[in-house]
Design a protein around this ligand. Structure first.
Ligand code: ZN
Ligand code: ZN
Length: 583
């Protein structure tokens, strides 16, 4: 039997992190070691070097790793008393390890793993020997603060990957290369979609160029159209909210560090906040109207730009920003309606994900943990009922799901959609959360059949999450080549020479009038160059127009995905484009 196949990826990656640490210790004596965990697809180790490490140095570290793996050193567990363990790492002059030991709860066994001369504080487990580590590669370096805090020292983080077989490693590196080509930050620039002007505007606030804004608009119009079809009502609740509302809702307490600091209205003696979420605003809006049980379920939806004070170190292209536009919705319903409303939201989410080409997804059902008196509020009966409702809706709708106990929000269970993109990467996109708490805190009420006041349950629901992040995901999903219905420019008209310009213009006006996003490229450039640029801009359709087209009143259609389709009348072309748009 293949020995390596018996090792879990977790153990392989964790052991490769140790192997790398050993290689570093041999090449760079005096390095201080912090933490080195396995992660999805690989591992990293945080290290403090006395002089900065360069990306080019990784090759040398990697060949040292291969040498140590070749020594086939057994990896052996050793246990030490706390005081002994502390004295041991102190003697090695490893201050981060001392701090890690001090973090461990009293009474816990302190274990080390030894391989040859190298020994590391570690809980384990590991593979049996360094000889088991064969299919790995160091990838890149990054800065990382000790304990993730900007107040602490910046360490050097080396990332690597490790797999059970040569083929798996090869496939993974291939995927990485493809992902680099699709990086939305790179494509966003090349396609002229968005920019960051941090010096002038501030960090984490993307600015959208006309093509980027056209994408936003198309994405939001689409979701709005679907939501309207599913009986949602769209509302609008602004950007500023009195701070008092967040004290009442509980966000002030639980959410303070992601809110921007208050704005003071001295005259009125009031503090305002930029809205970090919509829930309290939608519930306040609900409260301004009278509701009977006949009005429920009531579904308030809003495309709201929210502001969150994300740490600068965590900002990342469009995937982590400070100004984010949620396709947020709050469904006010009775307890008995949870299951049917959840099922309806599931159906809506599936429709939208399918439209964007996410055929593969699964749902993580986050449930209450076991700990008594923990963070979870509301009574047992409600939790059990809601959890059962969510489960049975997913089973009835044939949705693949797995359960994550202890991962629920404090106010109720939730379902998160994890969708696989074209490269097989999983993104958390849609979410549905059941809330028993906020509606009561904010005094939401409806009259039941017996004219008794009752508190509704609220489902918080987002389909695409935020427009910004989802656009980032879509750019990578499509590698920038958006489908016809979504492409910011759908058609490029390319007159062969100057004398064909007038005809191209006339065709363009008709296409625009028929609702297509078409533009004439009338630049004084060679035709070949203009065609190449339209290809690089990934415009789905080109119409190349010359003498023949003018004579016979036709257009010559070239589709990005299909190549030349020949000449046809404008009417036929419009019928074809309409079919592609509505497909
Ligand atoms: Zn370890
Ligand atoms: Zn909400």
């Amino acid at each position: 039997m293949n020995e390596a196949a018996q090792d879990t990826l977790y153990d392989l990656r964790h052991s490769t992190a140790h192997l790398m640490a050993q290689a570093v210790s041999e090449l760079y004596p005096g390095v201080k070691f912090a933490i080195g965990p396995p992660i999805e697809d690989g591992f990293y180790y945080d290290l403090e070097f006395s002089s900065p490490l360069k990306e080019e140095d990784l090759a040398q570290i990697e060949s040292k790793m291969r040498e140590i793996a070749g020594r086939n050193l057994p990896i052996v567990r050793e246990e030490k008393e706390r005081s002994e363990a502390r004295a041991f790492v102190e003697a090695l002059d490893q201050p981060y390890k001392v701090a890690l030991i001090d973090d461990l709860p009293e009474g816990e066994v302190i274990s080390f793993y030894r391989q040859g001369d190298w020994i590391d504080l570690c809980r384990g487990p590991h593979v049996a020997s360094t000889g088991r580590l064969k299919h790995f590669k160091l990838l890149h370096i990054a800065g990382a603060y000790w304990r993730g805090s900007e107040k602490n020292k910046m360490l050097t983080r080396i990332y690597g990957t490790a797999w059970s077989t040569k083929q798996e490693l090869y496939d993974y590196l291939k995927r990485l290369e493809e992902a680099k080509l699709r990086d939305h930050r790179k494509l966003g620039k090349e396609l002229g979609l968005f920019v960051f002007a941090s010096e002038a505007i501030g960090s984490g606030i993307p600015l959208f160029l006309p093509k980027g804004e056209m994408l936003r608009h198309t994405m939001e119009s689409y979701v709005r159209e679907v939501q309207t079809r599913y009986g949602y009502k769209h509302v609008w609740t602004g950007h500023l909210v009195r701070e008092d509302l967040y004290k009442k809702s509980g966000h002030f307490e639980n959410y303070a560090d992601v809110m921007f600091p208050p704005m003071r209205d001295e005259e009125a003696g009031i503090n305002y906040r930029l809205k970090p979420m919509n829930c309290p605003s939608h519930m306040t809006l609900f409260n301004t109207q009278y509701h009977s049980y006949r009005d429920l379920p009531l579904r308030y939806a809003e495309f709201a730009t929210l502001y969150r004070y994300e740490k600068t170190g965590e900002l990342n292209g469009l995937t982590r920003v400070r100004a984010l536009t949620q396709d947020d919705c709050h469904i006010f319903c009775t307890e008995a309606q949870i299951e049917s409303e959840f099922a309806l939201a599931l159906k809506l989410i599936r429709e939208v994900l399918t439209r964007y080409g996410f055929e593969n997804y699964r749902v993580r059902l986050s449930l209450r943990g076991e700990e008594p008196g923990g963070k979870y509020v509301a009574d047992d009966e409600k939790w059990t009922k809601a959890t059962d409702a969510l489960r049975s809706a997913m089973i009835a709708n044939d949705v693949e799901f797995f359960e994550a106990p202890g991962e629920a929000a404090f106010y109720g269970p939730k379902a998160d959609f994890l969708a696989k993109d074209a490269l097989g990467r999983e993104w958390q996109i849609s979410t549905i959360q059941v809330d028993f708490i906020q509606p009561a805190r904010l005094g939401c009420k409806y009259m039941d059949e017996e004219s008794k006041e009752r508190t509704p349950v609220v489902l918080h629901r987002a389909v695409t999450g935020t427009t910004e992040r989802f656009l980032g995901v879509l750019i990578e999903q499509y590698a920038g080549a958006f489908p016809f219905w979504l492409a910011p420019q759908q058609i490029a008209l390319i007159p062969i020479t100057d004398k064909h310009y007038e005809y191209a213009n006339a065709v363009c006006v008709k296409l625009n009038a028929a609702g297509f996003r078409a533009e004439v490229d009338a630049r004084n450039e060679k035709m070949g160059r203009r065609i190449r640029e339209a290809e690089m801009q990934k415009i789905p359709v080109m119409l190349i127009l010359g003498d023949k087209d003018i004579e016979s009143e036709t257009v010559s259609v070239r589709r990005r995905t299909e190549g030349d389709l020949g000449a046809m009348s404008l009417e036929d072309a419009i019928a074809l484009f309409t079919k592609w748009r509505d497909a």
